[in-house]
Design a protein around this ligand. Structure first.
Ligand SMILES: C[S@@+](CC[C@H](N)C(=O)[O-])C[C@H]1O[C@@H](n2cnc3c(N)ncnc32)[C@H](O)[C@@H]1O
Length: 261
């Protein structure tokens, strides 16, 4: 368990910086095997933010990968692990500050012997700052903490600053994918992404946001939502720039249309 405490105290030192994490970091005590993986496997997979990022993120992985994706707040890792199994030639970076979630993901990575995952055990904000510009093909944010009370909305992960941070690290044409079962958070996210000139919402019909994207693997939060009769909402936004918006795209910025007229 030494690694858990060390990693958490490093994060405490950075509390002076703006953080987007407001949840708890620890739940029930880890089983001995989970604690052991914190000491053995996490140090091998953890991304060292103290060093500069490589210019090509593929270099973070031991085997060749064609592109790299990020999942923010992966919880128990169900979606990230399934994606990594489905796409062995893609590198995945997962970030999660909750000890018990990280422990579950470590156990699955170990069991399935996955070599295409790297991890960050802290607030995603610090990782977003570290990642090079235009370095990722996709960023996933699945069932983020909803913070339903109005006075807590400022704690939601989606804010203008985080939208800009995600835009910086996505390559043109890359995707930001978001899922929630909280209608108000879906509307909040749409509002923030639509007012960003860096993204275009890809939905053309209702089923595009009512149905999960291809390859989506449901997490425990999705299972709970469906059990309790809440309909999830899936939003995909494409990073614009360098021809990422098609000439007839009605979501193009007015300025783009005026320039091309
Ligand atoms: C509601 S849970 C959903 C977990 C997972 N995506 C799923 O669908 O099962 C939200 C997760 O986001 C994590 N989280 C919250 N703020 C975060 C932040 N600033 N950086 C990284 N993860 C964060 C929490 O620790 C928690 O595990």
């Amino acid at each position: 368990m030494a690694a858990v405490e060390t990693a958490m105290s490093i994060s405490d030192r950075s509390k002076a910086r703006r953080s987007a994490f407001f949840g708890r970091r620890k739940g029930h005590a880890l089983r001995p095997r989970q604690a052991e993986l914190f000491d053995t496997l996490l140090p091998r997979l953890a991304i060292e933010l103290a060093r500069p990022a490589p210019s090509d993120l593929a270099l973070l992985f031991p085997n060749p990968v064609d592109s790299v994706r990020l999942e923010i707040g992966f919880g128990g890792g169900e979606h990230m692990i399934a994606q990594a199994e489905q796409h062995p030639r893609t590198g995945f970076i997962g970030v999660e500050p909750f000890v018990n979630g990280m422990a579950k993901a470590l156990a699955a990575i170990d069991l399935k012997n996955l070599s295409n995952i790297r991890l960050h055990f802290d607030d995603a904000v610090f990782l977003l700052e570290w990642l090079p510009p235009a370095s990722l093909a996709c960023v996933d944010l699945i069932y983020p903490d909803p913070w339903p009370k109005r006075r807590h909305w400022k704690r939601r992960f989606i804010q203008d600053e985080s939208v800009a941070a995600i835009a910086r690290i996505l390559r043109p044409g890359g995707e930001f994918r978001f899922a929630t079962d909280v209608p108000d958070y879906a509307a909040w996210t749409l509002k923030h992404l639509i007012r960003s000139s860096d993204f275009a919402w890809t939905a053309a019909r209702a089923d595009d946001w009512r149905r999960a994207w291809s390859g989506f693997s449901a997490t425990r939060y999705e299972a709970k939502a469906r059990r309790e009769g809440r309909a999830p909402c899936y939003l995909i936004f494409r990073r614009t720039g360098d021809g990422a918006r098609t000439p007839n795209d009605p979501r193009r910025r007015t300025t783009d249309r005026a320039r091309d007229a």
